[in-house]
Design a protein around this ligand. Structure first.
Ligand SMILES: *Cc1c(COP(=O)(O)O)cnc(C)c1O
Length: 382
């Protein structure tokens, strides 16, 4: 559980991201402890948080990296991830990004279409390389999460439809500068029930069985990420239940002894170790409501405005009687609101608030809209 030392936090310019590196390290340890099968390998999804200090902690713990752009490949290499531990996914890879991946000799391209396969083959031939490729399959599974972060339904833009897979595998096998190594899946994000992962295992078993009967074997199976976290009570559940998550795969997925199973966890690794710290500028009494106006806005943390997400808001300064407030940012958009009817101790100008569970898809999505400065950072560790 994160301990906030207000005297230390006060010395920083607000708003800023506060990262509890002890919690990050405990989370990484918990993942390693839960991964008991040597065939399993976890690639951290860099897009959740690419802060160099966070990346270094994760690479030092021995994880691979799941990247979605050339910039992320460079960030991962700079942070010390080994190039063969890098997988590169994305529905729209540019020629320059493909070339970078080939020249850095990354572990795998996760490919989403025949069109992309052909381009990678061409560029690989030009560079005198063979690209290791996994095909991203759209398994048509409902992850029961927010519609913007569900990715494995037939109607989503991601992956290759099951109906087209035979054709894409044939094409991949025929291309000279492509080495088909695996199948890749990712069904969505912030998934808080394990049933969709079990369904995924069953779909994968059916597929690998079908192809092995045709003499086609896959060295790697990649089941993506998506494990959710407890946004409602970060102090009760600071570390997700990784043990149950990995057990679903151990219990339901059939692996051959020479196969590897890859995971791409993002949010569940970093979300709980980060908080956005913001200062109260004004407490404004409206006709029917009181507004707490803070110096952070959706430029610093966009999840509430983008997905209607809610982050627990904690007043770190006050322990007065409870009042009800709307907590809003300074940006000229009505969506710039962090919480409606929040019950907080009596709040005054100058108080520090923490928006909790903001370590994933927080700092990485910050923008400079309204000519605002990007949020700062502070790290704590023993
Ligand atoms: C975003 C993404 C992930 C990570 O998802 P989390 O929900 O943060 O675990 C993994 N794999 C792919 C392909 C992704 O797009």
């Amino acid at each position: 559980m994160t301990n906030f030392v207000v005297e230390e936090l006060c010395q920083n310019h607000t708003p800023f991201y506060y990262y509890d590196l002890n919690l990050l390290r405990s989370t990484l340890k918990a993942i390693k402890k839960s991964v008991t099968n040597r065939q399993y390998k976890v690639h951290y999804a860099v897009k959740a948080n690419s802060n160099p200090i966070i990346l270094k902690e994760i690479s030092a713990a021995g994880f691979g990296a799941d990247c979605v752009s050339g910039g992320e490949i460079n960030a991962a290499l700079y942070a010390g991830f080994p190039s063969d531990g890098i997988v590169y996914a994305g529905v729209g890879k540019s020629d320059e990004e493909i070339e970078l991946g080939l020249n850095k000799n990354i572990g795998c391209f996760n490919v989403e279409s025949v069109e992309e396969l052909e381009i990678i083959n061409q560029i690989a031939a030009k560079c005198g390389r063979v690209a290791k490729v996994a095909l991203r399959v759209n398994p048509d599974i409902d992850a029961h999460t927010h519609e913007y972060i569900t990715t494995g339904l037939a109607e989503n833009k991601f992956g290759i439809a099951l109906e087209s897979l035979d054709h894409v595998i044939e094409t991949a096998t025929a291309l000279e500068n492509i080495a088909l190594t695996g199948l890749h899946f990712h069904i969505g994000s912030q998934i808080t029930i394990l049933e969709p992962f079990k369904l995924l295992c069953e779909k994968i078993n059916a597929l690998t069985q079908k192809y092995s009967s045709k003499g086609i074997f896959f060295k790697t199976i990649n089941v993506g990420g998506g494990l959710g976290i407890d946004y409602d009570d970060p102090d009760k559940n600071p570390i997700p239940d990784f043990k149950s998550y990995f057990e679903v795969f151990a219990d339901n997925l059939t692996l051959r002894p020479d196969q590897e199973l890859h995971f791409e966890l993002g949010r569940s690794v970093v979300a709980q170790c980060g908080s956005l710290i913001t200062k109260v500028l004004y407490v404004k009494k409206g006709l029917t409501k009181q507004f707490v106006i803070v110096d952070a806005g959706f430029t610093d943390l966009i999840r509430p405005a983008l997905y209607g997400a809610h982050h627990v808001i904690q007043n770190l300064t006050s322990d007065g009687p409870i009042e009800t407030y709307d907590v809003v940012g300074p940006i000229c958009e009505s969506s710039d609101c962090f919480g409606k009817n929040e019950r907080l101790p009596l709040t005054r100008r100058g108080d520090l608030l923490a928006l909790r569970s903001a370590g994933a898809y927080g700092e990485v999505m910050a923008s400079q809209y309204n000519c605002r400065q990007l949020p700062g950072t502070m790290f704590s560790a023993d």
